[in-house]
Design a protein. Structure first.
Length: 273
């Protein structure tokens, strides 16, 4: 967004007409007042402001905002002040070129901005809250202009899966339990998290339990999808199997969710003797 505001200087001029003829000069009289305008070509500043910010940031990341104030006129702009609003939900970190925080604003007192010159002002913010935010900066001298940029702050789920067997090793005919722990290490809710397990040939299904129903069929064990898992939350699933033959075997778990673009796999080894 970019605007330009020009200041036009005008003045009134009184004048007289004197006729010069042969002989002494004679004063004819005052003709009146005339209006003259300097226009843009006679020392009028034209100040504009633009603002740039990233359109997307994830929670916990910083964002840099850039303001450019330009004087495209033919005269200097005096007493130039730039005020940048700090949006609720985004935390101020720092600003350059003498910018200082004053309440919920950052203020730069530029002073004189010569004709044909620009000032670039930068500020840094911490994105700590999920949401959509609008940020407006304003420049004032003897007129005003403003510019706005929008930033969206989002969270992202980061689902970690771990599988541990107990006990290990086991004798043929004994049971081993695989504990599957699913943790959301991210900053947004994970949804429809589903686990599918595959048993090796030397094991057979005994039981399954967890926050959703588990069902065994042959060498496969499937859990109904977990509707949601909040950031920093953990869900624990268990699968118990019996060893039917000797071997160094691998129990495999596959995880899917609405946010994952491919399956996540985890394996756990068990020694059966």
């Amino acid at each position: 967004m970019k605007k330009q505001i020009a200041i036009m200087a005008s003045f009134m001029l009184a004048f007289s007409i004197v006729a010069v003829v042969a002989g002494p000069a004679q004063h004819i009289g005052t003709a009146g007042w005339a209006l003259f305008s300097t226009g843009m070509g006679a020392g009028a500043p034209a100040v504009s402001i633009t603002k740039e910010c990233p359109s997307l940031r994830y929670v916990g990341r910083n964002a840099e905002f850039t303001i450019t104030v330009s004087n495209t006129g033919s005269g200097d702009a005096q007493n130039v002040v730039v005020t940048d609003m700090i949006p609720n939900g985004i935390s101020y970190i720092s600003s350059d070129n003498g910018g200082s925080r004053q309440g919920n604003n950052i203020v730069w007192r530029i002073g004189t901005l010569p004709a044909g010159k620009s000032a670039v002002l930068k500020s840094k913010f911490a994105c700590n809250t999920i949401g959509d935010f609008s940020n407006t900066a304003k420049v004032t001298y003897c007129a005003e202009d403003e510019a706005t940029c929008d930033i969206s702050v989002k969270g992202i789920p980061a689902i970690l899966i771990e599988c541990v067997d107990n006990p290990d090793p086991i004798e043929v005919g004994n049971n081993v339990t695989y504990t599957i722990t699913v943790t959301n290490q991210g900053t947004a809710v994970g949804t429809n998290i589903k686990l599918d397990c595959t048993l090796p040939a030397q094991e057979e299904f005994v039981s399954a339990d967890g926050p959703t129903r588990g069902t065994g069929s042959g060498k496969s064990v499937s859990f109904d999808p977990l509707p949601s898992l909040a950031p920093k939350a953990t869900a624990t699933f268990r699968v118990t199997v019996k060893g039917t033959d000797v071997g160094d075997v691998r129990f495999r778990v596959e995880m899917t969710s609405d946010q994952l673009t491919s399956k996540v796999m985890e394996t756990e080894s068990t020694n059966i003797y």
